[in-house]
Design a binder for this molecule. Structure first.
Ligand code: HEM
Length: 491
């Protein structure tokens, strides 16, 4: 077999790549070293901005199989017809660390799934926890600053973390999950995933239902303690996923949903759009709808993982958002981040391209290209020759809107005056307390120990506030955290 020809980026054969061109054996480089210049210049541009959060991640591709027909609830094509298969790409991540940080940190894990449906890409951008720390979106950058490194020392700073949590009692449900035994999943295969947010479905009749998504690991939940995590290599999650799939041991998740009618939502005792709360399964049962299996590793990490761009705003007909304020702010944040990180045409990068025709009137921009997956649509859109709408060229194939996919209007359930409204919520402790009460004695001791260890060195007023929140969630919770904190402090 002839060896593959080594070429420059313009395709010209490289005669040799062991030495650069110099004036004499010991002399300086000459200006005709364009091959060397190209190589060095491209190298300088290898890095792109990492994700501002969830920078360290592992991805795999596979399939979602529908096991329950949902035509009564949604016009989403991939949720209609038992047995229907939809290709997916999933990415799992830690939140706070940079791209080369430790996989085994006690941190929330991101759980994102891109469904390449025949009506466009739907992205489920969730976490391994059913709730989140905040219900007010403007707090997100401040919250993340406290989780990432201190601006002066460039070190993780528990004072900053606890100060944020202490000042935000609504975070205590999520803090109780994070500091519990579930805080460090043993691998990405051994954790659940959740939309966390309330999303919605709409059907042909214009009926809307509120929906939460759950991905239940078929591998079983497995976690490790801080002590065990400290002995595990920092790249464990990446290695575990790649090697499992290479061995043919394909991880899978049972996909379930919780569904609530608009009427039920109006009477529900909990605000169904409060991201710090779950819908108890006793009130809103889980309905099994499918299986997700990951059976292919990416061939090129940069192209298929670093450039993989998820956004909660990537909806398809039949799936939409809800009045959850955090969700709504995310509809803007992700695509904005990706335009910065990957360019305005990030949806044209092969891993992000829909597997269905794309026809619109957006034009040009950095890295605009033709669409190799869908073929170039001849008329209209980025790939065609008509760049304005409306036009009189529908008969020549220029793209036209599809009113049959219109979403029913989103209801406003109150007298809605525009302004700053109280977003403190009605209760910050009940569900944190319920979760704590579900722990056995050993779990209670271990969570108290994680609180106590990470609170050492934190200022006294913040420690008192944290302990107050624990007492407010559950008397025993407060007592154990206080006792363990004091014991460690005085040891
Ligand atoms: C106001 C609230 C939030 C804002 C502004 C925000 C913003 C962001 C941004 C800018 C990124 C990086 C996107 C990229 O560069 O591709 C990101 C990543 C991510 N966020 Fe959020 N986020 C918020 C809340 C949440 C919540 C509540 C969840 C889960 C329920 C979540 C899950 C994720 C995940 C999983 C990723 C990584 C996606 C991937 O794998 O590429 N975020 N977030």
């Amino acid at each position: 077999m002839n060896p593959t020809r080594y070429t420059t980026a313009n395709g010209a054969p490289v005669p040799q790549d062991d030495t650069s061109i110099t004036a004499g054996e010991r002399g300086p480089l000459t200006f005709d070293n364009w091959r060397l210049f190209e190589k060095l210049a491209h190298f300088n541009r290898e890095r792109i901005p990492e994700r501002v959060v969830h920078a360290r991640g592992t991805s795999a591709q596979g399939v979602f199989r529908l096991t329950r027909d949902l035509s009564d609830l949604t016009i989403a094509d991939f949720l209609r017809g038992v047995g229907k298969e939809t290709p997916v790409a999933a990415r799992f991540s830690t939140v706070a660390g940079g791209q080369d940080s430790n996989d085994m940190e006690r941190d929330v894990r991101g759980f994102s799934v891109k469904f390449y449906t025949e009506q466009g890409n739907w992205d489920m951008v969730g976490n391994n926890t059913p709730v989140f720390f905040i219900r007010e979106p403007s707090k997100f950058p401040d919250f993340i600053h406290t989780q990432k490194k201190d601006p002066r020392t460039n070190l993780v700073n528990w004072q900053n973390r606890w100060e944020f949590w202490a000042l935000h009692p609504e975070s205590f449900h999520q803090v109780t999950i994070l500091l519990s035994d579930r805080g460090i999943p043993a691998s990405l295969r051994h954790m659940h995933g959740f939309s966390s947010h309330t999303l919605s479905f709409f059907n042909e009749k214009g009926e809307r239902h509120w929906v939460k998504w759950h991905f239940k690991t078929n591998q079983g939940i497995r976690n490790v303690s801080d002590e065990e995590a400290a002995t595990i290599p920092h790249d464990h999650n990446q290695r575990d996923m790649v090697e499992a799939i290479d061995r043919g041991e394909f991880p899978s998740w049972t996909v379930k949903i919780q569904v609530m009618s608009e009427e039920q939502a109006r009477e529900f005792r909990i605000n169904p759009f409060d991201l710090t709360k779950v819908w108890p399964h006793g009130d809103v049962p889980l309905i099994e709808i499918g299986q997700m299996e990951l059976n292919k590793n990416p061939d090129n990490y940069f192209a298929e993982v670093e450039q993989l761009a998820f956004s909660p705003s990537n909806f398809v007909p039949g799936i939409s958002g809800s009045p959850d304020k955090v969700l709504q702010s995310r509809l803007l944040a992700y695509a904005d981040a990706q335009r910065y990180r990957l360019s305005a045409n990030y949806q044209q990068i092969p891993i992000n391209q829909p597997r269905c025709p794309v026809n619109h009137y957006q034009r040009d921009g950095l890295m605009a290209g033709t669409c190799p997956v869908t073929g170039q649509s001849k008329e209209g859109g980025q790939y065609g020759d008509t760049n304005f709408y409306p036009n009189a060229r529908a008969d020549q194939g220029a793209p036209v809107p599809s009113p049959e996919f219109s979403e029913p209007p989103m209801p406003l359930e109150e007298e809605a005056w525009v302004g700053y409204h109280n977003n403190r919520g009605d209760d910050n402790y009940e569900q944190a307390g319920n979760l704590y009460r579900s722990f056995d004695d050993g779990q209670r001791d271990r969570i108290a120990n994680v609180f106590a260890t990470t609170l050492q060195g934190v200022t006294a007023p913040i420690v008192s506030k944290v302990i107050e929140h624990c007492y407010a969630a559950d008397e025993d919770y407060g007592r154990r955290v206080e006792a363990r904190y004091t014991a460690l402090r005085d040891a």
